[in-house]
Design a protein around this ligand. Structure first.
Ligand code: ZN
Ligand code: ZN
Length: 899
């Protein structure tokens, strides 16, 4: 049979994805393939970050969920019990906005979105245990947010703290960040009335995640299954700084503590800075109009747009305890109230930001550190008037301490200036209050008499009232809901009208999947101890700090309040998938014209094609651009595979030919090699490499199948193996292929073809590739039009022996060393000449097969050479070959004669 007729047949037949895919989805569902029993011991927990319920599945989702689905299916075939659940991150402002736009309510809108997304997920063939589905806007879920809030509060992890909020003076309401828009000039305005917004300090609910700063930082070192960049982002976010605090006196205002990591530069402090919110700045503002004006403006300014030169001189002076000199005191908004102490001394000579400020305000710049003798920079080249020198070095202009290293000075000065060692973190407490409707009500009641009182556990959940359309915070407008009796004194009281940050929902949802219907606790503790942590977690890099840090924080707290035992990290391995870009290489946009709809692709090509294309395009971490040709190629490949499977399933058993055993052995080895490679690559999340191995195997099987005398059993074993290897990525068509062969049961529940790489596989493969290349070279160079016979001769045993000795030898004189062996020397001139060759190539001598194994490998592969050049191929041992020919052969490089 020629290739032409094969292709023709496939065009006539093919498989119809529109019929095949839903059928297998139903079967998997009916058979409960993806269900995991509660009594499973320690299932492999594979999880994708659950989606926000926008209503539409986009290509980024498809990629994210194909990765976990393929991995989960792979692990299941390998005999693992696999927990692979799905749920909905369904609270948040977009639902509120959509409800306002469509004149409906967030709940109905969200539920519609979930329905449509569920359909889309199912059409992709993702195998989830839908019995474990969770929805965060469901009171059965969010009641546990409230319950956990109370446990955190009992643990001392909930505080009221002042926070800066967006305030619309016209609507007289607090605005969520998402409710603040920018006008053409870049000014922040109210989304409703376009009034420029203010910022106001108001008390809010906070989780004191800073209590865990040190552990969150330290434990990153052990998260070896996480990408380094994510761990580094978390380290920076936590921002640990070791330093010291010392006091500067501001006459009239007393001692002010500062925090610095560079106490060695204290002699160079030429001005002093206070944050606008610092109590001393506030006190000065009461006396000084200019300062008052600056403080007021700073409070309204957006913290994201800092000008490091912005500041106002207060007219006051601080005494530098090192020099005894008075230095000017500024209020500057680059000093953050909640970082360090909110006060600092500034050293323009050794800090770039201070240098910029000093230049703008014409402040003295005094050098107190110069490069050490062994530094790369010559002290003479440092001009601090031009630019700051921020490195450590040796002290100068520092009185009796000149000559100390920076490090020595930092230690010494703590005692000299009566300070103390301190550690500070950039990490701030987690403000969870949101002034919006579509979130978890915070289970607190405010009573004039009793202050804040918790809602008793038996009254949970505090359910959301009906949605009210309002310019401000809808819960504040829900009068009937808001007014309640105080649980303590029975007097009139009001509910907290803020809801929780939706990151609270996602900080523990992975635990709810373990026991989604439990109504006595957020999750079953024993099961969590057995099943956690998540083994493989996959999601976008945009969650590197917030979600992934909050989830770690929650897990540690849950351990500390004994809701889990010894589970201190939620995710053992983390993968951040890259983006699916538009065909033009730009980010796919919803509104732009470069977006590709998964629904359309599934309709046109089927889910398998979309999944295969996405997984072949790149490794999970890398971005890639959508490619219609790539999609077409994936589709064609699947059709071809199915066509081959049909032919094989129908074909009878032909008799083998003379070369049958050797050729079948070659194909057999390739089948096992592909299984071994795919296993290794799947384990490493390099799906694209695995799929290349599958494609190579399918081409080989097609070629072998079309050969006279191919062994049907070998082809069938190959196709069945392909079905299993490809099953995790293209589950529907492979299930169809499996059924063609009366595979027992479902492919989704079959056994993975574990196989070791065949003996000497890589060496043999290199031998065959090199040999084919050499033949090509000769045919081209000599210009042989139509070769009749190609003879390959293996090198004699003594050359193999010499090659082996050369690889082992550490003698300076290799030739001498080799000629010292009788079995080599007795070959005379040939030995001397070969020893010279070995000496010349000594660095590059690779592993080779023994002569008989080399001959066997060439015998197995001879058919490939024969087909490529349409010639007979003869493989000879050195003894069989002409002496002339054999003389040219080298280990791993057979001699070639073409007639
Ligand atoms: Zn407004
Ligand atoms: Zn009360």
């Amino acid at each position: 049979m020629t290739a032409g007729t094969g292709e023709q047949r496939e065009r006539e037949r093919g498989f119809d994805h529109a019929e095949v895919e839903p059928r297998w989805q139903r079967t998997w569902d009916e058979e409960g393939v993806f269900r995991i029993p509660d009594d499973a011991e320690d299932p492999e927990y594979v999880l994708a970050m659950f989606p926000y319920t926008s209503g539409d599945l986009h290509m980024g989702h498809v990629r994210n969920y194909t990765i976990t689905d393929a991995y989960a299916r792979f692990e299941r075939l390998r005999g693992e019990e696999v927990l692979h659940p799905m749920g909905w991150d369904s609270f948040g402002l977009p639902a509120e906005n959509a409800a306002n736009e469509r004149d409906t309510n967030p709940r109905d809108w969200t539920m519609d979105c979930i329905d449509s997304m569920t359909e889309q997920f199912k059409s992709m063939g993702f195998g989830y245990d839908w019995e474990r589905e969770i929805t965060t806007c469901d009171p059965d879920y969010y009641r546990w947010n409230q319950w956990l809030f109370k446990r955190f509060r009992e643990e001392g992890l909930v505080e009221r703290q002042a926070a800066e909020l967006n305030w619309c003076p016209s609507c007289e309401t607090v605005l969520a960040d998402e409710q603040v828009e920018e006008d053409a000039a870049g000014a922040e305005i109210c989304w409703r009335c376009d009034t420029p917004i203010d910022h106001r300090e108001m008390d809010q609910w906070f989780f004191t995640i800073t209590d865990y700063a040190e552990e969150l930082l330290e434990a990153l070192d052990d998260l070896e299954g996480w990408p380094n960049n994510v761990r580094e982002m978390q380290r920076n976010w936590i921002g640990k700084q070791e330093g010291a605090s010392v006091a500067f006196e501001i006459p009239g205002y007393g001692d002010v503590d500062i925090f610095t990591t560079r106490l060695d530069t204290i002699y160079g402090a030429t001005y002093f800075s206070l944050a606008p919110g610092h109590p001393v700045a506030q006190a000065i503002a009461e006396e000084n109009d200019e300062v008052a004006e600056y403080v007021r403006e700073a409070e309204q300014a957006d913290e994201d747009e800092l000008d490091v030169t912005s500041g106002v001189f207060t007219g006051e002076y601080a005494v530098n305890p090192a020099t005894g000199e008075e230095i000017p005191v500024y209020v500057a908004d680059y000093v953050l109230t909640d970082v360090g102490t909110g006060a600092l001394y500034a050293v323009p000579a050794h800090d770039e930001r201070d240098h910029e400020f000093a230049e703008a305000h014409d402040i003295d710049i005094v050098q107190v550190v110069e490069p050490a003798k062994d530094a790369e920079v010559d002290p003479a080249d440092v001009d601090v008037q031009e630019a700051a020198y921020p490195e450590d070095g040796v002290l100068v202009n520092s009185g009796e301490y000149d000559g100390l290293t920076s490090e020595e000075a930092r230690e010494t000065f703590v005692d000299v200036f009566d300070g103390e060692q301190r550690t500070e973190y950039n990490l701030r407490d987690w403000g969870i209050s949101r002034q919006r409707y579509w979130g978890t009500p915070i289970p607190m009641i405010h009573c004039e008499e009793c202050g804040y009182v918790e809602v008793p556990d038996e009254d949970l959940p505090v359910e959301l009232p009906e949605f009210v359309q309002t310019t401000g915070n809808p819960l504040d407008a829900a009068e009937e809901w808001k007014h309640v009796e105080c649980p303590d004194c029975g007097g009139p009281a009001e509910r907290e009208t803020d809801t929780m940050d939706t990151f609270v929902d996602s900080s523990w949802y992975f635990l709810r999947f373990l026991s989604p219907d439990l109504d006595s606790a957020p999750f079953d503790t024993e099961r969590a101890n057995d099943w956690m942590p998540v083994d493989q977690y996959v999601g976008g890099i945009e969650h590197a700090v917030m979600h992934l840090l909050y989830a770690r924080f929650f897990t540690k707290v849950l351990d500390d309040v004994d809701l889990v035992d010894g589970v201190r990290e939620p995710f053992t391995n983390l993968t951040n998938q890259g983006m699916v870009l538009g065909e033009d290489g730009n980010k796919m946009s919803k509104s732009g014209d470069n977006g590709v709809s998964p629904t359309r692709i599934v309709e046109e090509y089927g889910a398998d094609t979309a999944r295969l294309f996405i997984m072949e395009a790149a490794q999970p971490e890398k971005d890639f651009a959508w490619s219609p040709e790539g999609v077409e190629s994936a589709h064609q490949f699947l059709q071809n595979l199915y066509g081959l499977a049909e032919e094989v399933a129908e074909g009878g058993a032909d008799g083998g030919s003379a070369d049958g055993d050797a050729v079948a052995a070659y194909v057999d080895r390739e089948i096992d090699a592909a299984a071994a490679t795919v296993t290794e690559e799947f384990e490493a999340f390099r799906f694209n490499h695995a799929l290349q191995a599958v494609r190579d195997l399918v081409s080989l099987l097609r070629r072998y199948h079309e050969r006279d005398g191919a062994d049907p059993a070998t082809v069938e074993r190959g196709v069945r193996t392909v079905a299993k290897l490809l099953g995790p990525v293209a589950p529907h068509v492979t299930e169809e292929v499996w059924a063609l062969f009366d595979g027992e049961g479902l492919l989704a529940e079959a056994e993975w073809p574990e196989a070791d790489l065949p003996a000497d596989y890589d060496v043999a493969r290199r031998l065959v590739e090199n040999t084919r290349e050499d033949v090509r070279d000769i045919v081209e160079t000599v210009g042989i039009e139509d070769p009749e016979t190609i003879t390959l001769a293996v090198a004699p045993a003594w050359k193999h022996r010499a090659h082996e000795l050369a690889r082992e030898s550490d003698a300076d004189n290799l030739i001498g060393d080799l000629m010292g062996h009788d079995e080599i020397r007795e070959q005379g001139d040939a030995a001397a000449s070969f020893a010279q060759d070995l000496q010349a190539d000594r660095e590059a001598l690779g592993e080779v097969l023994a002569p008989d194994e080399e001959k066997a490998a060439l015998d197995r592969a001879a058919w490939l050479v024969a087909e490529e050049f349409d010639a007979d191929v003869v493989v000879q041992s050195a003894a069989e070959a002409d002496a002339d020919l054999a003389g040219n052969a080298q280990p791993g490089r057979p001699a070639i004669r073409i007639d």
